[in-house]
Structures are given as structure tokens and as C-alpha cells.
Design a binder for this molecule. Sequence first.
Ligand SMILES: C[S@@+](CC[C@H](N)C(=O)[O-])C[C@H]1O[C@@H](n2cnc3c(N)ncnc32)[C@H](O)[C@@H]1O
Length: 283
Amino acid sequence: MPTLRDAWQKVQKSLENAPFLVAPREGQAMVTHLCGLAPRDLLARAHTPFPEELAYHLDRLLARRMTGEPLAYVLGHTPFRTHDWQVVAPSGRVLIPRPDTEILIAEALLVMPRAGGRVADIGVGSGCVLGSVLDEAPTARGVGTDISAVALALAAHNLSRLGLAHRTQLVATPFLDGVDGPFDVIVSNPPYLSDADYDALEPQVRDWEPRDALVGGPTGTEPYPLLAAQAHAKLQPGGWLLVEIGATQAVAVEGILRGAGFAAVATRPDLAGRPRVVKGQKI
Ligand SMILES: C[S@@+](CC[C@H](N)C(=O)[O-])C[C@H]1O[C@@H](n2cnc3c(N)ncnc32)[C@H](O)[C@@H]1O
């Protein structure tokens, strides 16, 4: 009888023939998902039999993945920071959280008040940024906004599953329109690809992830001026705005934050050394 290890190795071998980039442990992720295991428990059970009734379902997951559908959408969820996030709802999908965004959370946590505090996340998507900040700032409260009903539904689901619903408010609105301040910290990972960036994306992203979550406009930086102006109006004096940016946008976005009145404007690199977060303080 095939073991769990046989099952995931067979999947991984089949994925070697895929005409797109495949991560090293996708087979393991599918088996973990189907068996209802925590990822950390998989290796200890590698030699247990793979239930026969799951073989058909594993084949179905593999077949979907072989079409180029991202693993996160095939499984319906994806890990980010310390939790798993649902990214598929009956009504649609949200942007898949990227490891690149972890630096936005790390930087936000550095400027959160020691106790309490109020944070806003513009473009909450799956809720992975707001949820991660609140998870690690256990007495803070937060507001997440989005213009996508699918995103707001998934954020509500994810924040509730993490026990954060009582500390969060989700609002269907562009930027912070109609949302009352003041906030101590405002974060955002807005859509920032240009039209040309979008056309050049690998099909695994372009054909599957929501365009409105990725593209900021013809140059990509279009969302930042309004975002910065609204954030400046709704921050406490001393509060911080932190935004994720594309790797070539640091100079432009720093200029936008200064133009909106922010001081101490600076860019922080991600773990690979690429400019990734621009921050500014309201004085
Ligand atoms: C790049 S995704 C970020 C999602 C999530 N915060 C993350 O980091 O994975 C951008 C999100 O902003 C939302 N969005 C786009 N324009 C917006 C606007 N004007 N106001 C609020 N949200 C917006 C999109 O629907 C999408 O969910």
C-alpha cells in the first residue's frame, strides 16, 4: 500500500514536467491538505498508508495544478507568516499573500504603540497584513478597507478564524473614505504594477490573480498620492504611514509622501535587499 511519502513524491515527480515554476514541496502541501494534517506533522507520518479514497482527490488537485493554477488557489489557502490564509471564496479569489510583504508587517510592528493603538490597512485583501499586525500587537485594534467584496468576505473569514474579529472593523470603501481617524499606524500594500508590468507577468500570476489587486494604473504609482493624502489626514501627530512598493518605485513614492506632508521619509529593503517599504511620519 502506498505511503504518504509515496503519494507526495509521485505528485512532485509529475510536477517536474510542468512548463512553469513549481516549488519543492507542493506534493507535500497537497497531501497535508487532503489528510487534514498540520504541515509539521507530515514527516512523522511519512510511512503511514495514504488512504485509498483520497487517491482520486489527489489526482484532481494535481490535474488542476498542471493547468498552471497556483497552488494556493488549488488548495484554497496558503501559509503567510505564522498562519494559513483562505484565498478562495465561492464568489472569487484574492491576491495570494507574498513573502515580500513580511517586511511591511515587521516595519509596522516597530512603530506600533507598546500597548493599545489603532491601525488601518488600506486594501486589506485576505487580511494577512492587518491580521498579522494585530496578532503580534495583542491589545491593538484595526480597520481594514477594500473595494472588493470578495476580499472583504475572505478577510472577515480569516480574521474571525484567528480570533481577531472583535478587534477589527472591515469597511467597503476606497482608501479611507468615510473611515474615522485618528490612527497610530496606517499600512497598505496597494496595487502597484504598471500596465506594462502586468503584461510581462508570468501566466501563473496574470491568468489567475485578480487584476484589480495588482495593477495601480499606467505607471503603477497612481494609488499613492490619494492614499498618502488620506493617511496624512487620518493619522495622529507622530503616527506612521508604511506602504509596500515595487522595487523601482522608491524615489517616486518617497516624493509622494513628502509632498503629502510626511517627515522622516525613508525606504526599507526586503530580505533580498530590494527597496520594498516606504514609510513616513506625520509630525
Ligand atoms: C496588492 S493587494 C494586497 C492584499 C493584501 N493586503 C496583501 O498584502 O496580500 C491590493 C488590495 O487592494 C484592494 N484595492 C485596490 N484599490 C483599492 C482602493 N482604492 N481602496 C481600497 N482597496 C483597494 C484590492 O482589491 C486588493 O485586495
